[in-house]
Structure formats: structure tokens, C-alpha cells
Design a protein around this ligand. Structure first.
Ligand code: FMN
Length: 209
């Protein structure tokens, strides 16, 4: 199927069948998330992959009872660090140098730029910046899942504080920002047949020729 067909096939699934997503499909989605673009390449987020039913049930309660959470095979929780530190930047720089077999000093300018821009932001602004990067990965994950014929529902409708508590995120210096239940649509999910509601393209695009 083409990307456009996949995007037409997918929808924000309100109820999953409970069937487990096979590992090869999960791996394809995880690889796509890891290949998602981020500003500077810093990948300033962690993705928690929750398959434990008791924990999914607790998360569903913290998501105002939305059943796509508890009935999902896996729930991806995109979480950002409380703070982006000099160590985080150094770890990334080390990875670039090793991966590309470059002398680390060649990256001093790049490192300096990151340190004086995103590295110098107050923690809250860093979290907003990191969340923007996580949302790009969310979109990539949804497209990759659709290609695998795995259903998803992107979700902001949850109590982030409760999620952080259930998943022990404070101890990891992380904060949840957006979630993505993965699974297979339940036969009873009537919204599967709803027509897509979208703007006319001439409302969405303005061409500057
Ligand atoms: C960031 C984000 C947050 C969303 N939060 C929820 C949510 O909490 N619960 C829900 O059922 N759908 C949620 N949605 C799904 C949207 O309502 C849905 O994507 C939109 O209506 C378009 O429909 P479609 O995705 O089925 O094409 C969210 C979508 C996005 C992108």
C-alpha cells in the first residue's frame, strides 16, 4: 500500500481487540521512531512501552477511562527529560564522533551551539522544546504502525501527573507528554467506518509563488 492509502486506512481507534501485536511489527514501529528527525539530532525523549495488563488498566483510569488504553496490546508513553544537561549533549556528541569516526574536537562548534541554545533554556522551556520533538516521533510512529496494519490512537487526553506516578517517571527525571496505544481495532468500534473530516485543501494551503 502507498503512504496515502495507509493514512486513509488509519484512524484514531477508540477500542482495541486486545490481540497482541507481533514482535516484528513492534520492531518496525520502534525502528521508525528511532529514525524520526529531531532538532540537532538530540532525540530528547524516552518511549516507555507498556504491555503489563494491570498497569495498562491503571493508565486507562488515568486517561479518563478511554478504553483504547486498557484494550491495547502495548501503550507507548512518550516522555521528555525534566532537564537537558551538558552530559546529555556530551553523550550525543560522543555518539556522533564514534558513529562517523570523527575526531571529537571537530564537533566543538556544534556542541557549543547546542549548549548555548537549547542547553541554556530554563528547564520548562527545554521540556516544551523536547515535547515538540516527541510529537514528530509520534507522527512517524503512527505512519509506521499504519504501514504494519497496526491500529493506534494518538492521545493527550490523560492526566500526566497520574501517568508519571504510575510509571515512576519522577525517579527517572522524566515527564509524560503524549501517548500512543497500539493494537488491532475491535470489531465493535463503530468509529472505524466514520468518514474522515478534513479541511478543503484550499483552506489548508496558501501558495506563495
Ligand atoms: C495530539 C493528539 C491528541 C489526541 N488525543 C486524543 C484523545 O485523548 N482521545 C482520543 O480518542 N483521540 C485523541 N486524538 C485523536 C484525534 O481526535 C483524531 O486524530 C482526529 O479527530 C482526526 O481523526 P483520525 O485520526 O481518525 O483521522 C488526538 C490526536 C492527536 C494528534
Amino acid at each position: 500500500m502507498s503512504l496515502l492509502q495507509d493514512l486513509n486506512w488509519r484512524y484514531a481507534t477508540k477500542s482495541m481487540s486486545g490481540e497482541t501485536v507481533p514482535q516484528d511489527k513492534l520492531d518496525a514501529i520502534f525502528s521508525a521512531i528511532n529514525l524520526s528527525a529531531t532538532s540537532y539530532g538530540l532525540q530528547p525523549y524516552t518511549v516507555l512501552v507498556v504491555s503489563n495488563q494491570a498497569i495498562k488498566d491503571k493508565l486507562q483510569t488515568a486517561a479518563y477511562g478511554q478504553v483504547q488504553v486498557g484494550s491495547a496490546s502495548h501503550v507507548l508513553v512518550f516522555a521528555v527529560p525534566e532537564k537537558i544537561t551538558g552530559d546529555d549533549i556530551q553523550t550525543f556528541i560522543n555518539n556522533v564522533a564514534t558513529t562517523r569516526n570523527m575526531p571529537i574536537e571537530m564537533l566543538d562548534g556544534y556542541k557549543g551551539m547546542m549548549t548555548t541554545t537549547v542547553g541554556a533554556l530554563p528547564a520548562e522551556a527545554q521540556q516544551v522544546w523536547a515535547a515538540k520533538q516527541a510529537y514528530i516521533a509520534l507522527g512517524t510512529a503512527m505512519a509506521a504502525a499504519a504501514e504494519q496494519k497496526v491500529d493506534t490512537c494518538p492521545m493527550e487526553g490523560f492526566d500526566a501527573k497520574q501517568f508519571d506516578e504510575i510509571l515512576g517517571l519522577a525517579e527517572k527525571s522524566l515527564k509524560s507528554v503524549v501517548i500512543l496505544p497500539l493494537g488491532f481495532r475491535a470489531e465493535t468500534d463503530a468509529t472505524a467506518t466514520y468518514k474522515k473530516v478534513r479541511k478543503e485543501q484550499n483552506e489548508l494551503f496558501q501558495f506563495v509563488n
